[in-house]
Design a protein around this ligand. Structure first.
Ligand code: ADP
Ligand code: MG
Length: 242
């Protein structure tokens, strides 16, 4: 479903690339975790998938569609992707339902269909009863669920997450991990999830790419990374004793 070939991103000419010759391929329905320390290029890679940055070199394909290369880029709105990051960025003056409806309204969908999609999305993340509340009237965990509902309402084929749980306290983080795993199973959407947290990676991923200084150190199943780390960096990072 997602194929990256020799993907490079450098900011400014003459600067070292922050994403450095990344190639990988993940099947439809996968839950890919991009795992690595702060500054290794995870967000930049995800932003290229989302259409918020363009590659310096290399290609991104979704299925058979060439989505981005150095010379062309499919606009973010035409990629069938949904993005959630750690700041939920909800509209404070809109209700929960209004926030979830917003991207559907912008895309020009029929109001009757929008109502069904909003109800379905709220139901899927377990907050149907909060539809009429405003963001200031609900908890942080509930706001996170609104952001998830808003992301899935347009039915993206690909879901992108950039450290979505890093602002939550420990118990909520565990709860939301289960929630995201459930959401992935319910939607069947191919998922790319960025984190520096190896526990998140190991519990949620079908596939993991460990990044170090913009390069893939290892790509594989979570269990393989634990039992057969390819490098000392991977062994250290996924917590296998040397
Ligand atoms: P991560 O998400 O793994 O922490 P990032 O992708 O955010 O890493 O950043 C990787 C590197 O690229 C960092 O050194 C960061 O400072 C740099 N970087 C990210 N965005 C920009 C930008 N717009 N302009 C210049 N440098 C950037
Ligand atoms: Mg980041």
């Amino acid at each position: 479903m997602i194929t990256l070939e020799n993907l490079v991103k450098a900011f400014g000419t003459g600067n070292a690339p922050v994403v450095d010759d990344v190639s990988l391929s993940v099947p439809a329905g996968a839950f890919l975790v991009l795992l690595g320390p702060s500054g290794c290029g995870k967000s930049t890679l995800l932003r290229m998938l989302a259409g918020l940055e363009n590659p310096t070199r290399g290609t991104i394909r979704f299925g058979d569609t060439l989505v981005a290369s150095a010379s062309q880029s499919l606009p973010a709105g035409q990629r069938g992707v949904g993005l959630v990051f750690q700041s939920y960025a909800l509209w404070p003056h809109m209700t929960v339902a209004g926030n979830v409806d917003w991207p559907l309204k912008v895309s020009g969908l029929d109001p009757a269909i929008r109502r069904i999609r909003v109800a379905e999305a709220l139901d899927l993340v377990g907050i149907a009863d909060l539809a009429g509340r405003y963001p200031a009237e609900i908890s942080g965990g509930q706001q996170q669920r609104v952001a998830l509902a808003r992301m899935i309402a347009p039915r993206p084929q690909i879901m992108l997450f950039d450290e979505p749980l890093s602002n939550l306290d420990a118990s909520l983080r565990v709860e939301m991990r289960h929630e995201l795993t459930r959401l992935h199973a319910a939607t069947g959407a191919t998922t790319v999830y960025v984190t520096h947290d190896q526990v998140e990676a190991m519990t949620m991923a079908s596939h993991v790419a460990v990044l170090n200084r913009g390069r893939i150190e290892q790509f594989g199943r979570p269990g393989d990374l634990l039992t057969q780390p390819a490098t000392a960096f991977v062994a250290r990072f996924v917590g296998t004793p040397p």
